[in-house]
Design a protein around this ligand. Structure first.
Ligand SMILES: [Zn+2]
Length: 275
C-alpha cells in the first residue's frame, strides 16, 4: 500500500501541515503503507520554487522521512515534481481527447458566475460549450462529468455520496493559459505512482468524487480515502500558508523544539486531553 505527502509550493508548512503529516505517517504505520513524497507545483503561476527547500528542512527537522518519491530540494529533474513532467499530463489529456471526453470552453469565470442563482457556494458550469467543438489550446479544457451520484466509503467518515455534475458541472483539467488543475495533476500522479491510500483534509472532502470519476474514466483503480479534521485559527478560519508568522520555519527560529511543535499541532486540533 502507498500513501503520499504532496505539499504545494505556495507557502511555508504550518501547524495544519504538521497535523496532516501526523495523520499520513500515522495511518501509514497503522495500515502498513509506505509514504511517497511529491511536490505539487503544477500551477506555475502560483508555485514558488524557493519554498521547496524550506519544506524539506521542516520535514527533516520534525523527523517525517518519506519512504519513496522526492526527498531533497536538489533532486532534479524528478517524476515526483509536477513541473518537471508537462509531457506526462499532456499525454493523459490526449488520451481523453481521443475518446471525446474533454472539450474546449471559452467562457470566462465572470460569464459563468452571471448565470448562477444567488447565494451559490460553488460555481456550477452548465456545459454551454460542450458541443461547440472548440480547440483545447487557448481555451479552458473541461472534463465531461459522469451522470448521477458517485458513492464511496471514506475510511474515517463512512459512506459519502456526491454528484459532481450538480456541484460544479464539467470541471476543468487545464486553464486557458495552459496551467494544469489540481484535480487533474493529482489524479494523474496518483495513478503513475500507484498511490492506493489518499489521506486528505476534510475541507476538500466535497470534491473527492471528481477525482474518483477521473480514476474511473482513466480505467485506474480508485484509491481508498481518509479525510481528517483540520486546525482552525482563533477566528475559525483554516490556517493560511502565506502567513510566515504561523510557519514552522518561524517557530523553529523562535527556539521551539520539534516535539513542542508537534504538541502544539495536536493541541490546536483539539486533542485537549494531552494538555
Ligand atoms: Zn464554456
Amino acid at each position: 500500500m502507498i500513501t503520499r505527502f504532496a505539499p504545494s509550493l505556495t507557502g511555508y508548512l504550518h501547524l495544519g501541515h504538521v497535523l496532516h503529516m501526523l495523520y499520513v505517517w500515522g495511518m501509514a504505520q497503522k495500515l502498513g503503507a509506505k509514504v511517497l513524497c511529491r511536490i505539487e507545483d503544477h500551477d506555475l503561476s502560483r508555485a514558488r520554487p524557493e519554498y521547496e527547500s524550506a519544506i524539506f528542512e521542516t520535514m527533516d527537522w520534525l523527523g517525517f522521512v518519506p519512504d519513496l518519491g522526492i526527498r531533497a530540494a536538489d533532486e532534479k529533474p524528478s517524476e515526483f515534481r509536477q513541473s518537471d513532467c508537462p509531457e506526462y499530463y499532456e499525454s493523459v489529456l490526449q488520451s481523453l481527447e481521443k475518446r471525446g471526453l474533454v472539450y474546449g470552453c471559452e467562457c470566462s469565470r465572470k460569464q459563468i458566475a452571471a448565470s448562477q442563482p444567488k447565494g451559490t457556494e460553488e460555481l456550477c458550469y452548465s456545459g454551454t460549450c460542450s458541443e461547440k467543438g472548440l480547440p483545447l489550446e487557448g481555451n479552458t479544457v473541461r472534463f465531461r462529468t459522469l451522470e448521477g451520484e458517485t458513492i464511496f466509503h471514506d475510511l474515517k467518515l463512512g459512506e459519502q455520496r456526491q454528484a459532481p455534475r450538480n456541484q460544479c458541472g464539467d470541471f476543468s483539467l487545464r486553464d486557458r493559459n495552459g496551467q494544469w488543475t489540481y484535480q487533474f495533476a493529482c489524479v494523474c500522479d496518483d495513478i503513475r505512482h500507484s498511490v492506493d491510500l489518499v489521506i486528505r483534509g476534510e475541507d476538500i472532502l466535497f470534491s473527492t468524487a471528481r477525482q474518483i470519476q477521473l480514476f474511473q474514466t482513466l480505467e485506474a483503480p480508485v484509491p481508498q480515502y481518509y479525510h481528517h479534521p483540520l486546525i482552525h485559527d482563533a477566528t475559525g478560519k483554516k490556517l493560511s500558508k502565506r502567513q510566515r508568522s504561523v510557519s514552522i520555519t518561524s517557530m523553529r527560529e523562535a527556539g521551539l523544539a520539534a516535539s513542542e511543535v508537534i504538541g502544539q499541532s495536536l493541541l490546536q486540533a483539539g486533542f485537549s486531553d494531552i494538555a
